[in-house]
Design a protein around this ligand. Structure first.
Ligand SMILES: Cc1cc2nc3c(=O)[nH]c(=O)nc-3n(C[C@H](O)[C@H](O)[C@H](O)COP(=O)(O)O)c2cc1C
Length: 149
């Protein structure tokens, strides 16, 4: 559970798992948040993890893929994540993925299956293209000009 944020540790003294994750986040050009839904909102485990960092997330795009057991496909959690990720300095792309009845949307090998899987396969190219376009745009802008803060 969150005790201290990564930046609150003196340099080099953060626990190794936190240090490794900070390096991964800093290296990334974009993020995909795969988010389930608990009681109409975000899963606390993922929220707890993201809250360990702040500046490490800045100036990159993020996309949200939500899922749940129910028909609403984690859409309520996805909506909550949108504001959270904005507050953490990411630009959330417009296209999202939402997979309902997730227990039936994949087969034992993890491949899409059934109606939910077919819907996922149909929706995925636009999701990926949207995020890839903004990833390129943000990378070029970071190369051209340092972030203002
Ligand atoms: C505490 C808890 C709350 C849940 N709340 C919702 C909910 O609000 N809406 C929904 O569609 N499913 C809900 N579910 C069902 C989850 O969508 C389903 O269990 C899903 O597989 C959870 O993802 P996970 O396996 O990554 O934890 C809930 C499950 C748990 C354990």
């Amino acid at each position: 559970m969150l005790d201290r944020m990564y930046k609150e540790y003196p340099r080099g003294e953060a626990p190794p798992a936190l240090e490794a994750l900070a390096a991964k986040i800093r290296r990334a050009d974009a993020f995909v948040f795969v988010a389930g839904e608990y009681n109409w909102s975000v899963q606390p485990g993922l929220k707890n993890l993201t809250d360990h960092f702040l500046e490490e997330w800045f100036w990159r795009p993020a996309a949200i893929a939500s899922y749940s057991a129910g028909r609403f496909a984690g859409a309520r959690a996805g909506l909550a994540w949108h504001g959270i990720l904005s507050e953490m300095g990411m630009v959330v792309v417009s296209t999202s993925l939402a997979v309902g009845a997730v227990a039936h949307a994949f087969d034992a090998d993890g491949d899409p299956s059934g109606d939910g899987g077919a819907a996922l396969v149909r929706a995925f190219p636009r999701f990926a293209d949207d995020l890839a376009w903004w990833t390129d745009a943000a990378r070029h802008q970071r190369d051209r000009s340092d972030p203002p803060y």
